[in-house]
Design a protein around this ligand. Structure first.
Ligand code: PHE
Ligand code: FE
Length: 294
């Protein structure tokens, strides 16, 4: 997810930490100019590793029938679930698979820094883990959301290329003052996307896959609307940041996602700006809905 406010104005003066010492949550002073910082793996406590294990096990036990196969197959690459992975080891595996790597960051980072990292096939992963009392829900993305939610699909070649293209597209959108429209694409695909499969709808979005409750809700609940992926429809649609999504967009394949987002967005941003915005949950006349599938 992207930073909007606080993080943006923090300095990035280099500060070093001793062996086994870890910067506090959101310590931007320890980040380099591109916002990458050291993971400082040895500073995680046994309790933090254990919290990661409990989060991992809760999510892993729910994946069958709800997460897409590509995610389920790749989740094993995160390594042993009993501890927070070492980012350098994970990067090595990921580099071999799709030429991606993960880099530690202090938390949410400014949009442009985020885009620049993605465009270089570097996925920023928050170093800190939530507190035990945030087991059910954490407001900002932590290491569990970033790793468990996002990294498995970076092992999929088509999705990996989509993420890089998104980064490059983000740098371009910054110049066109179109980040708000492009952010909706990220939200409704990378974070909350559903995919149709011969065995029914499945989740591929990281916000869903790392959430205790939204995984089942997104696939099974009769409440939300589920609409076929449509680039302009997505760019017009507002989203919820404090509740389960009221609308999900459904792709047919990662290839469809990649191809539908390949054209130059410059004229698309222009035409989307001419059209009315759509509220989360709204259904347009004649719009086909996907049924809940469990
Ligand atoms: N094709 C988009 C553009 O020209 C870039 C992009 C690709 C954006 C994939 C998002 C995802 O702006
Ligand atoms: Fe995310």
């Amino acid at each position: 997810m992207l930073a909007n406010e606080k993080a943006v104005n923090q300095g990035v003066a280099p500060v070093t930490y001793g062996q086994g010492e870890r910067p506090p949550r959101g310590d931007y002073a320890s980040a380099r100019a591109d916002y990458a910082c050291d993971q400082n793996w040895s500073a995680y406590t046994a309790q933090e590793h254990d919290l990661y294990r409990r989060l991992y096990e809760r999510q892993a036990s729910q994946l069958e029938g709800l997460a897409c196969d590509e995610f389920i197959e790749a989740v094993q690459h995160l390594g042993a679930p009993h501890q927070i992975p070492r980012f350098d080891e994970l990067s090595e595996t990921l580099r071999r698979a799709t030429r991606w790597e993960v880099v530690a960051v202090p938390g949410l980072i400014p949009e442009e820094a985020f885009f620049a990292l993605l465009a270089k096939r570097k996925f920023p992963v928050t170093g800190w883990i939530r507190k035990p009392e945030e087991f059910e829900y954490v407001v900002e993305p932590d290491v569990f959301h970033d790793l468990f939610g996002h990294v498995p699909l970076l092992f999929n070649p088509m999705f990996a290329d989509y993420m890089q293209a998104y980064g490059a597209g983000g740098l371009k959108a910054s110049r066109l003052d179109a980040c708000e429209l492009l952010a909706r694409l990220y939200w409704y695909t990378v974070e909350f996307g559903l995919i149709d499969t011969p065995r029914g709808l499945r989740a591929y979005g990281a916000g869903i896959l790392s959430s205790a409750g939204e995984l089942r809700h997104s696939v099974c609940s009769p409440q939300p609307s589920r609409v076929a992926f449509d680039l302009q429809r997505i760019m017009r649609t507002r989203y919820k940041i404090d509740s389960y999504q009221a609308t999900y967009f459904v792709i047919e394949s990662f290839q469809q996602l990649f191809e539908a987002t390949s054209p130059d967005f410059t004229p698309i941003y222009r035409s989307v700006r001419e059209l009315p915005q759509i509220d989360a949950g709204a259904v347009l006349p004649g719009e086909r809905q996907y049924a809940a599938s469990c």
